[in-house]
Design a protein around this ligand. Structure first.
Ligand SMILES: [Zn+2]
Length: 235
């Protein structure tokens, strides 16, 4: 918002300069006859565009993620809001990296996790654990918008759809599968031992052929079975 206001201020200076040559200003009988000073105007245009870029970039990311979250939520309308550092400071749920309202479809992602997700999309084949975590964050919040409230079920639905999510976001097939399995084997399995806050997202029934397996046709687990040799070779 601040950047937009600063950009509009520079736009107003440009407008005022042009206007002064067309219309007589207060206290003058005729418009300013001097030609426009081009370097001044060029600097104003550069400043206006520079300050307009961050909010425009922010808006484009939110629009992109909203469209993908809506697809993941099976066409329940999702609206992603990427919190700024100030939004996060005043967010009552700032301890979570994101939260969603299944009734309104609103998804709020804390600072700087939208950027982390965009970093993941820049180089998915060399993504670090945090970047892969941000992929699951979007899938997880989309599952809330789809209608699930229970955290363990939501998380397991996300685990099984992270492969689909990565592909929807434009990641190549093999990398999408690897990233989705990396999350399942590393971050997800680790939640069981990270204290009560993380443990409520974990269930030992979230595994191939266990109670929470939805047997999706494009499941993250598609190539896996309960054969431990196959499970090991996928890690
Ligand atoms: Zn949740």
């Amino acid at each position: 918002m601040l950047w937009t206001l600063i950009s509009l201020f520079f736009c107003w200076l440009i407008f005022r300069d042009f206007q002064s040559r067309r219309v007589a200003q207060k206290g003058y009988d005729y418009p300013d006859p001097a030609p426009a000073y081009k370097p001044y105007l060029i600097i104003l245009v550069v400043l206006a565009l520079s300050f307009a870029w961050p909010p425009f970039h922010h808006w484009r990311i939110e629009r992109f993620l909203s469209a993908k979250a809506t697809e993941l939520a099976e066409l329940h309308p999702a609206k992603v809001h990427c919190n700024t550092i100030f939004d996060t400071a005043f967010d009552r749920e700032q301890l979570s990296i994101g939260h969603a309202n299944p009734e309104t479809g609103e998804i709020v992602i804390q600072y700087p996790w939208c950027e982390t997700l965009m970093d993941y999309l820049d180089h998915p084949d060399s993504a670090n654990a945090e970047e892969i975590y941000s992929l699951n964050m979007l899938t997880h919040e989309s599952m809330h918008v789809r209608g699930e409230y229970n955290e363990a079920i939501t998380e397991c639905q996300a685990v099984q759809r992270n492969y689909r999510a990565a592909k929807l976001l434009g990641v190549a097939d093999g990398t999408a599968r690897k990233n989705a399995l990396d999350y399942y084997y590393n971050s997800y399995q680790g939640k069981a031992n990270l204290g009560w806050f993380s443990a409520r997202y974990f269930s030992d029934q979230c595994a191939p052929d266990k109670a929470m397996d939805e047997h999706l046709i494009d499941s993250t687990w598609l190539t896996l079975s309960t054969d431990p040799r196959q499970l090991l070779s996928a890690q």
